[in-house]
Design a protein around this ligand. Structure first.
Ligand code: PGA
Length: 257
């Protein structure tokens, strides 16, 4: 199963969301593929409704989830509220949450836990920043981010994790910068993460993220241990989203030729 997930961040208004789904009406998603978008919280209801109205199989994800189910947590998004809306998954620990909103490995693990306990899919984001990469700390940073989430995974049946828990590897220096990691860097990073997961007994899907565009995604999506992408900017427009899906579904031979 390969996955294309769009992260809409703090973009779009309700008419934009409706227009996106209208434009993608009839989009064919092969059975071996999954598509998703993560709108900002106030747009989730519109997105769920628009997907339904256009009979779209695009899954609606939240960008975040509170680590408590309810209580005095101003500004948070509760799991019950997400389920009530028909949201079936969530991003956790996106680097912008880590960078600007104080997300730690510990709080991220708690968010992951409550989402999984309630049957939501989790796209758990990891990745090193530029300084960490320059100092050769990619492996230790990713290891410590993964360790916490794998501890959570250990509380659930292994077979369930293969479907419900997806790792999104996004080098922070490649997010929104137009700089993509090169294919060798992506291959090395994904192989490392894959082996680390395997050693812990998990064969989790790993998405790549960071300046993915229709013109680079063909090659990226065919890299070993890359099961798709988490895409920001290039997922906003329906035309570009469709082009990304075409890259993902295209056979390897057509990328190399
Ligand atoms: P980008 O964002 O594709 O715009 O670099 C990716 C992300 O933040 O998930």
């Amino acid at each position: 199963m390969a996955l294309l997930a769009g992260n809409w961040k703090l973009f779009k208004t309700r008419p934009d969301v409706e227009a996106f789904f209208k434009e993608l009406e009839g989009l064919e998603i092969p059975a071996s593929h999954k598509c998703a978008v993560a709108p900002s919280p106030v747009l989730l209801e519109t997105a769920v409704r628009s997907a339904k109205n256009t009979q779209s199989a695009i899954q609606i994800l939240s960008q975040n989830i509170a680590y408590k189910s309810e209580g005095a947590f101003t500004g948070e998004i509760g799991v019950k509220q997400l389920l009530e809306l028909g949201v079936s998954g969530t991003l956790v620990a996106h680097s912008e949450r880590r960078q600007f909103f104080g997300e730690t490995d510990a709080t991220a693990a708690e968010r992951c836990k409550i989402a999984l306990e309630n049957g939501l899919d989790v796209l758990f984001c990891i990745g090193e920043n530029l300084e960490e990469r320059r100092h050769g700390r990619f492996e230790s940073v990713c290891e410590s981010q993964l360790e916490e989430v794998l501890k959570v995974a250990g509380q659930f049946p292994k077979s369930m994790m293969t479907e419900k828990l997806i790792i999104a590897y996004e080098p922070v220096w490649a997010i929104g910068t137009g700089v993509t990691a090169n294919n060798q860097e992506i291959q090395d990073s994904h192989s490392f993460i894959h082996s680390f997961n395997l050693k812990a007994g998990y064969d989790l899907k790993i998405l790549y993220g960071g300046s993915v565009k229709p013109d680079n995604f063909g090659a990226i999506s065919k890299t070993p241990h890359v099961s798709g992408a988490l895409v920001g900017g290039a997922s906003l427009e329906a035309k570009s989203y469709k082009a990304l899906l075409e890259c993902l579904t295209r056979p390897l031979s057509s990328v190399n030729s």
